[in-house]
Design a protein. Sequence first.
Length: 609
Amino acid sequence: MNDRGQIAAAVIAGVAAALLGAVLLLYLARIAVEGGHAQTAADMTAIGAARVFGADPSAPVAEIRRAAETAATANGARLVSIRIERTGAVPVAVDVAVAVEVDGSVPIAGAQQAQVLDRARAGVSYSAAVSAAAFRPIDLGGARGPLAAVAAAEAQVGWPYVWGGESRAEGGFDCSGLIDFAYAAAGLPLPGRPTAADLWRMARPEPAAALVPGDLVFLGTGSGAPYHVGMYVGGGDVVVAPHTGAAVRYEPLAAGGWDGFGRLAGPAPTPVVADPAVESAARRFQVPPHVLAAELALGVERDPAAAAARLAAAQRRHHGDIAAALADALGDPSLAAVALRRASGPALGDRFRATIRLLPAAESGPPSVALPAPPGVAATPPGRPAGGAGGGSISGPASQVVGAAERVADHLEQTGGRATFQGAAGLKTLGRAGLTLLSSVLPRQWERDAAAAAGSAWDGASAVSDFAAGGLPLETFGLWASRVTVIGSLICLGTSLMAVRRARDAETRVFAATQAAGYGLTAAGVLTAGDSLLVLGAASAEIPPVGLVLCAAGAGLLVASYGYRYRGALGRALDLARQAPTAPARYGIRAAGAVLDAGRSAWDAVNPF
């Protein structure tokens, strides 16, 4: 074949390679766009799951999974796995993985289908407060009668005594106010606001030996108008609001000097199941047993006595504020809020709240609970018309662009504008691909070489930066870009070696040989990522530091080759610039010229041709 035929064949091969690369880059660009879509879908899936246990920390796992599947489907993805993170029995975060399917066509290989995977993690922090106008609420679980009144009275242990008080707004209880509150909470409201004497008249006298939990004990019955009252809670103990300067507390029945005993009429008692160990620890350390039981049930405390001791100490530091005392005892206001909610039940109402936020991905590895794909076709996000942002007639590629923009906006709104690693890597790779495209389509040779040199400098700087970070992790898009880099580098290596063989002068031979060495080092560096580059189903890989050193060396040789080719023009430009009018510019240019001259001398010394 003559020279003209060789040139024509080279041109045809170059055009074909450029077209193939353009199609492949478009396919990879679509994968990059879907990578951003996958991240948004993962974020919304994690948030959707977190909302369920944020509203109800005791929500069953199946309900949380259904919410995650629904959110994933609504955002055009498939839920792959989910893991709920807990402290004790309290759910505090959820880690999800989703998949987005990408279809496309690649020349020669034909129809392709890629699966873009992404993960997100959402955390929940809880808060709760007791109403300023009410005493400590308690979840009686539907119980009524005297035993429920006992539980309600015990829940107030630690409240201060206030004469005439029976509301939190008044600052505490007096003795009869405690009894009135407890029986009202148990579904047995007493008429009026009874005093101790009124309660004595309402009660049926009982002997001390016949006392059962819920019965009342009195002082001053000999006069017919007792002045003090307490509630027998069983086990030889009484709960009482004793006097000014003290707080609601447990006292031994035998130590109170009680001289009258009575029982209020009411329905048969419905028991409130109590743990003997919890009751014992609560009475020993003077803490409300319902709060102590909630801590143990949630697994945030394990030993009743130790937990009661910590809660008692915290109550002394936070007089009358059980929420603050519980947060102090547990060292975590969020866990304390959940414990207070469990202890209080529905009575806490809307004073229990949850705040949901996106968290960094967990370092413990991928989620451990795999889920099957939900049936059906992906749905449009709620409140958004299919095919566009405003219900117009957008369709086809335009609707995909609009939909992608909406998903990016959703993602930025939920994450506060944070970009994902995969999205940033995709933009970097597309920018680098733009330089490669310019190096093929610009009209003049020096323009094409300048674009190629800029791209190689970019590659070298990126390799040095990634080396400093300890390696370059590759996800779906990065893997495909690395495969293209290897293939392209090997093709360019072959053409450069052919150019060395056919070179008719030393300058062309040096340029082509340097290029061949640069492409060879680049391919070798990327191939250190291992077998994942060859396995199309691989999800991730990593180029180690040694591979990045090879890539940086290869990029350096490629930049040097262009410097060698245009050394004359660069020298002339420096010679002209040396005449710059300002002293700083002259000194800088002279230094650059000295560096260039030194480089020329070193090159001549090692030039084998």
